[in-house]
Design a protein around this ligand. Structure first.
Ligand SMILES: [Zn+2]
Length: 270
């Protein structure tokens, strides 16, 4: 009973959230206004179709704001993000192609032309960005899967764990202050920021059922100069780490250095 209530409340909250996006609300209000004018014969029917398209576009834009321009993504959100960006590109391409004929037919005036070649270009860039962001999330998922594989192996066959990652336990503690020191030392040594792929818990880790709080993943392969230096630094300072080599031979996919104790599975109440 209580669970049902919680689920219902969550669904209502989600529905409310979607409704509350001001751009979507504005586009929906415009549909009502135009429908009325079309009914009265003041506007051609095609204007209503365009208004409906604008609602769909606003919804896609809202989704992209939460995903492509958002902070944290799961694998499940990536497909929806790419689909929304592709739809926005298709709409603009179609609009750019079709608006000349609308002007010629006198349906809209030249000043009402809303889709330019620049907008099509922007939508293309947005689509490309969505695709590359999804690839990045896939890489992060690969690092998380490697850590999961290690966790399982450490539990079931600890002797085999070295095949997945090099382990250094140090003093078993990794604090935010340690992290600052490591980051600072890396920057001093290589004159560039330390390439961090995941700080602490992310939506991706949560979606994979993985507790990654107070752990940091650094996107360096253990055997490149940065990786070799980092392992030496962590060892000298007794900071625990796991160095993951490539998940697939001859490919760097998933290779990284995890600083901090081993991640654990999120308890699911069982
Ligand atoms: Zn990690």
């Amino acid at each position: 009973m209580q669970i049902k209530l919680v689920v219902t409340t969550m669904l209502c909250a989600a529905a409310l959230c979607a409704q509350e996006d001001p751009a979507v609300m504005k586009a929906e209000a415009q549909v009502e206004k135009i429908a009325d004018l079309v009914d009265r014969g003041a506007l051609p029917k095609i204007r209503l179709e365009k208004a409906h398209e604008a609602v769909l576009d606003a919804k896609d834009e809202s989704l992209l704001r939460k995903t492509l321009y958002g902070k944290d993504l799961t694998l499940a959100q990536c497909d929806a993000m790419i689909e929304a960006a592709v739809r926005r590109l298709e709409r603009r391409t179609k609009a750019a192609e079709g608006q000349d004929s609308l002007v010629a037919a006198g349906v809209i005036s030249r000043s009402e032309m809303t889709t330019s070649a620049d907008e099509v270009d922007r939508a293309k860039k947005e689509r490309d960005w969505a695709v590359s962001r999804a690839k990045l999330v896939e890489q992060l998922a690969e690092t998380a899967r490697l850590e999961q594989a290690l966790s399982t192996t450490l539990q079931n066959a600890p002797g085999e764990a070295h095949k997945i990652a090099e382990r250094y336990d140090g003093n078993g503690i990794f604090t935010p202050r340690d992290f600052q020191r490591v980051e600072h030392a890396f920057e001093s040594k290589f004159a560039k920021p330390m390439p961090i792929s995941a700080i602490g818990e992310t939506a991706l880790h949560r979606s994979l059922g993985f507790d990654h709080r107070n752990r940091v993943d650094v996107a360096v392969t253990p055997d490149e100069p940065e990786g070799i230096w980092l392992r030496q630094y962590l060892t000298a300072n007794r900071i625990p780490y796991f160095a993951f080599r490539a998940a697939v031979a001859h490919r760097a996919t998933g290779a990284h250095i995890h600083i901090g104790p081993q991640s654990t599975r999120i308890a699911n109440g069982g």
